[in-house]
Design a protein around this ligand. Structure first.
Ligand code: PHE
Length: 453
C-alpha cells in the first residue's frame, strides 16, 4: 500500500465519516423493531450495557488495528499474523451479504418517500396491510430496489461521496430534531402512547431471555459497523494524534442516541395502535413502514412531515450503503486487481443475485424459507448472528492471546491516554469470548430448533 495513504483532516472528520457509515437503516429501521419484539425496556438495557463494554472494546480494537497497520481488514490481519488472515476474509464476506438486502430495504424507503412526496401518504396509513400488500407484489419492490442500488452505484462510480456526505451532515442533525419532534407529538396526542413509553423504557426482567442478548449483540455489530472490517479501514486513515478512545465514544453516543430516539418514535406508537398486542410488537422488518404512516396520518401536515422524514432517512441509508459498496468494491479490487468500473459491475451483479430473491421472499417466493426464515431474514441472520460473532470472537482471541492486548493499548496511547485499559483487558480476554461463544451456540441451536428460547 502506498505510504501516502490519505487521512481524515481532523478529529471531527474521522468521527463524522465513521458516524455516517454507522448511522443508517440499522438505527431507524432495525433497532426499533428489535426493541419492540424483544421486550422493550429490557432490550434497551441489554443493548446499552453491551455497547459500553463489548461494543466499545471491539470498536477501539478495530480502529487501532487499522491505524497500526495502515491496511484494510484482509491485509491488516495478514500483516499482523499470517495464520490469522482468515479473520480478514471472514469479515470481508459480511458487507457482501448485507449490501443486497440493505438495498432492498432502501428501496422500500424510496417507495414511501415517493408516496409522501406525491401526497398519497394517507393511503399508506393502514398499518401493516398496505405494507404487506406492497412487498408481496413481484415487480414493484424490485424496481425500487434497483433504483436505490443504482443511485448508490452512481455515487460510488463517480466518486462523489464527499458531496453526499456534505448533504448528510446537514440532514443528520435535522433528522434527529425531526424524530424528536414527531416522537413527542405522537406520545402527547396518541391515546395509550404513554403506556408504550413505559414499555420501551422500563425493563421487565421477566421478558429477558438469551435471545434478548443474541438480538442485541447482532444489532450492535450491525449498527456500529463492527466485525466486518469497516472500522479497520476507517482506522487506517486515522491520524496518530487523535484519541481512539474518545472518537469511539463519540461514535457510539451518536449511533446509540439516534437508535434510542428512533425507537421512541416507533415503539410507543405501535404499542398504542395495537393496545400492546404481542403480535403487532413482534411484526419484524416491516414495523417502521407499518407504523410511521399511521403516525403521520394523525398529524397536521402529516404528508409534508412524512415526506421530509423519509427524505432524511433516505440520506442516512444511502451514506451507509455507499460505505458498504465502497468496502465491497475495494475488497474485490484488492484481490482481483480489476478496474473500478468492472468491479462496480461485478458488485451490482452480486447484489442482483442476492437482492432480487430477498425481495421475492415476501411474495412470489414466500413459501421458500431457509431454516424457517424468509430469504431477507436469512441473510440478516447469517451475517449478524453467525458470521459477525465469529469474526468478533476470532478477533478477541487473536488480540488477547496472540497479538497481546499490550500492542493495542500502545496504539491507543499514541493519541491520548488510554483510560480504559482495565476494562479493555478484561473484556477482550474473558467477557467477550465467553459471551460470544454462548451467543453463537444458542443462536445457531435456536434456528435449528434444537432449543427454543
Ligand atoms: N451501520 C449501518 C446501519 O446502521 C449499516 C452498515 C453496516 C453500514 C456496515 C455500513 C457498513 O445502517
Amino acid at each position: 500500500m502506498s505510504s501516502e495513504r490519505s487521512s481524515f483532516t481532523g478529529k471531527i472528520g474521522f468521527v463524522l465519516a465513521a458516524a455516517g457509515s454507522a448511522v443508517g437503516l440499522g438505527n431507524i429501521w432495525r433497532f426499533p423493531y428489535l426493541a419492540a419484539k424483544y421486550g422493550g425496556g429490557i432490550f434497551l438495557l441489554v443493548y446499552i450495557v453491551l455497547a459500553i463494554t463489548f461494543g466499545f472494546t471491539l470498536m477501539i480494537t478495530e480502529i487501532a488495528i487499522g491505524r497500526k497497520t495502515k491496511l484494510s481488514a484482509i491485509g491488516a490481519y495478514r500483516s499482523l499474523n499470517k495464520k490469522f488472515s482468515f479473520i480478514g476474509y471472514l469479515a470481508a464476506i459480511v458487507p457482501i451479504i448485507i449490501l443486497p438486502y440493505y438495498s432492498v430495504i432502501g428501496g422500500w424507503v424510496i417507495k414511501y418517500l415517493a408516496g409522501f412526496v406525491s401526497g398519497r401518504g394517507d393511503a399508506m396509513a393502514s398499518g401493516m396491510t398496505y405494507f404487506g400488500g406492497f412487498i408481496g407484489t413481484t415487480v414493484e419492490p424490485i424496481l425500487w430496489f434497483l433504483l436505490f442500488l443504482g443511485l448508490t452505484a452512481v455515487v460510488v462510480l463517480l466518486g462523489v461521496e464527499k458531496g453526499v456526505e456534505k448533504v448528510s451532515k446537514i440532514m443528520m442533525p435535522a433528522l434527529i430534531a425531526l424524530i424528536l419532534f414527531i416522537a413527542i407529538y405522537a406520545i402527547v396526542t396518541i391515546d395509550g402512547a404513554w403506556e408504550g413509553v413505559k414499555y420501551y423504557f422500563m425493563p421487565d426482567f421477566s421478558k429477558f431471555s438469551i435471545m434478548t442478548v443474541v438480538a442485541a449483540m447482532g444489532q450492535l455489530f450491525y449498527s456500529m459497523s463492527l466485525a466486518m472490517g469497516i472500522m479497520i479501514t476507517y482506522g487506517s486513515y486515522m491520524k496518530k494524534d487523535i484519541s481512539i478512545e474518545k472518537s469511539a465514544k463519540q461514535i457510539e453516543i451518536f449511533d446509540t442516541g439516534i437508535a434510542i430516539l428512533a425507537g421512541l418514535l416507533i415503539v410507543p406508537a405501535v404499542y398504542a395502535f395495537s393496545g400492546g398486542d404481542e403480535a403487532a410488537l413482534g411484526a419484524g422488518p416491516g414495523l417502521m413502514f407499518g407504523t410511521l404512516p399511521q403516525i403521520f396520518d394523525v398529524m397536521p401536515f402529516g404528508d409534508v412531515i412524512g415526506a421530509v422524514f423519509f427524505i432524511m432517512v433516505f440520506f442516512a441509508a444511502i451514506t451507509s450503503s455507499i460505505s458498504l459498496m465502497e468496502t465491497v468494491v475495494s475488497i474485490i479490487q484488492d484481490r482481483f486487481h480489476t478496474s473500478r468500473r468492472m468491479t462496480c459491475l461485478i458488485v451490482i451483479g452480486i447484489c442482483l443475485l442476492l437482492g432480487i430473491p430477498s425481495s421475492l421472499g415476501f411474495g412470489l417466493w414466500s413459501n421458500f424459507t431457509i431454516l424457517g426464515l424468509s430469504i431477507l431474514d436469512f441473510f440478516d441472520f447469517i451475517s449478524n448472528n453467525v458470521i459477525m460473532p465469529l469474526v468478533a470472537l476470532a478477533t478477541c482471541i487473536f488480540v488477547a492471546f496472540v497479538l497481546k492486548p499490550k500492542s493495542i493499548e500502545d496504539e491507543l496511547e499514541i493519541g491520548g491516554k488510554a483510560k480504559k485499559r482495565y476494562l479493555f483487558n478484561i473484556v477482550v480476554k474473558f467477557i467477550a469470548p465467553i459471551c460470544l461463544i454462548v451467543i453463537l451456540v444458542s443462536s445457531v441451536l435456536n434456528v435449528f430448533g434444537v432449543i427454543s428460547i
